[in-house]
Write a protein that binds this ligand. Structure first.
Ligand code: SAH
Ligand code: SF4
Ligand code: F3S
Length: 478
């Protein structure tokens, strides 16, 4: 049995220290304990599962208490200033533990490691190892270097690394839902975004290894997989061939979705994130034609104004986005749509902000992640545009966006009242041990009283009786 600790998802920055337990083949122990904590997006959480796998293979055991760890890793996010600040605060908390136990190795992984590189070692004296997202295979070697008394850095980005052959250790697992990384990096260069600098060039993972991972998860009792990438719609893989041979078929995202959906009709398939410029009708038809591909698309708009979208280098405009939403509504009529919004991007006027609000009225998103613009060093926006919207204006616009979204979530959820939804039971409700919780096809959280005939991992039909703006409430019906 292993314990690892996970925290803070970039989209839900209030989440803290969830402990977890999981089953693994026992390896020959090296007597050293690893603690790993993750911040940022699902990709980072998924990477921590790869890191854990690499070190468990070398005989490490895990602990959920950093105070007793020999190696403490923090897998970091750079997306906004406050994401980095949180990591620095956390490192201060590790300092006391390191003073008590000077042999403790402290490592910074992930996007902040990649952004700051060896500067990290100067800025934060307690840090021994700095490792970027493409260098995790080198971790055992880097730890050896630190054991020999040196500091160690590997922030090389790769054009090929997908960790396809590494079997991730499932962290924080409920044994029902799991993430599968299908690609890495991003080639889009949205002007506000640090990801292309921290994660490098886009590359797609071999589809056979993805399908195998989904099949293995299903065989192990999992019932839902989420395919992860910064821009899943640009997934593209052609098997490498020897010179003179004809290349095989190129697998697109639509094809990949179909391949994963065909693992079993009992395995639900979700995916994130879709980029509005790349989401094709072919993908929409692939969703519509498979019952087990969930009717839910995360389609970040960022802004509802075409001039701001151009400054953001999103490469679509307001009309294009609306047309894609219309296509979704036509091809998958009951599809839920969620979004990301940034308020107060450089030079955004009040009228342009109003266009974001009117876009929200047009789509009536089921759900949204909303942020005030935070300038990131080195990005195109930081180089080209002045961060000229005062903090209080960004915040006020953000509040307006949040309030509107609350109304829209409630509007969407109210539509489920009186309907029966198929729900995958993920576990017990956080608020009550007498209730189960799970999600419906549209990714809405559903809470309902336990029925002893059913257990975690079962599908049940739930009649929705009431709702809040965040949860559907109901009861199991046969
Ligand atoms: N690949 C995804 C987004 C990844 S980052 C996509 O293209 O949609 C997640 C979200 O963080 C972004 O959608 C954006 O809304 C937000 N974000 C990124 N950089 C930001 C910044 N500098 N300031 C504020 N929010 C930012
Ligand atoms: Fe960042 Fe844009 Fe890439 Fe998303 S698509 S990760 S926002 S550069
Ligand atoms: Fe953050 Fe890196 Fe993800 S910057 S959002 S952890 S790709």
């Amino acid at each position: 049995m292993l314990d690892l600790t996970h925290t803070t998802k970039e989209h839900d920055e209030s989440r803290q220290g969830e402990a977890l337990l999981l089953e693994q083949d026992p390896k020959i122990s090296n007597g050293r304990k690893l603690y790993i904590e993750s911040y940022g997006c699902q990709m980072n959480f998924s990477d921590s599962e790869i890191v854990a796998s690499i070190l468990l293979d070398k005989g490490f055991e895990t602990t959920k208490n950093y105070q007793e760890a020999d190696v403490v890793f923090i897998n970091t996010c750079s997306i906004r200033e406050n994401a980095e600040q949180r990591v620095r605060n956390r490192l201060k908390e590790f300092e006391a533990a390191k003073t008590r136990n000077p042999g403790m190795i402290v490592g910074v992984l992930g996007c902040m490691a990649e952004r700051l590189k060896s500067k990290f070692l100067e800025e934060e004296k307690l840090v021994d190892v700095v490792v970027g997202p493409d260098a995790y295979r080198d971790l055992p070697n880097l730890i050896d270097k630190v054991d020999d008394g040196a500091k160690a850095v590997n922030v090389l980005l790769s054009r090929e690394e997908t960790y396809a052959d590494i079997n991730p250790v499932r962290l924080n697992s409920n044994g029902v839902t799991a993430f599968i990384s299908i690609m890495r990096g991003c080639d889009n260069m949205c002007s506000f975004c640090v990801v292309p600098f921290t994660r490098g060039r886009e590359r797609s993972r071999d589809p056979q290894s993805i399908v195998k991972e989904a099949q293995d998860l299903f065989n192990a009792g999992y019932k839902e997989v989420t395919l992860l990438g910064q821009n899943v719609d640009s997934y593209k893989h052609t098997a490498p061939v020897a010179e003179g041979e004809t290349p095989g078929e190129t697998v697109t995202f639509a094809k990949l979705l179909t391949m994963v959906a065909e693992v079993s009709p009992l395995l639900r398939v979700r995916f994130s994130t879709s980029h509005p410029k790349d989401i094709t009708d072919e993908v929409l038809y692939a969703i519509a034609s498979h019952e087990n591909v969930c009717n839910y698309i995360h389609l970040p708009v960022q802004s509802g104004n075409s001039r701001v979208l151009e400054l953001m280098n999103r490469t679509y405009d307001r009309e294009w986005y609306m047309e894609r939403v219309d296509a979704i509504r036509k091809i998958i009529p009951d599809c839920a749509i969620s979004t990301d919004v940034i308020t107060g991007f450089c030079t955004e006027t009040e009228a342009e902000h109003q266009e974001t609000l009117s876009m929200m009225d047009y789509v009536k998103y089921d759900f949204a992640y909303m942020f005030a613009y935070s300038e990131r060093p080195g990005t195109l926006a930081a180089k080209r545009y002045e961060d000229d919207i005062p903090e209080d204006v960004k915040k006020r616009r953000l509040t307006e966006v949040i309030n509107k979204q609350r109304d829209h979530s409630l509007y969407r959820y109210q539509h489920f009242i009186g309907k029966v939804c198929k729900v995958l039971i993920e576990g017990f409700s956080k608020r009550s041990e007498f209730d189960f919780c799970g999600r419906n096809d549209q990714n809405a959280l559903v809470v309902f009283p336990i029925d002893p005939r059913y257990k975690q991992g079962d599908y049940v039909n739930v009649l929705v009786e009431s709702c809040t703006s965040a949860t559907l409430l109901g009861k199991i019906v046969d």
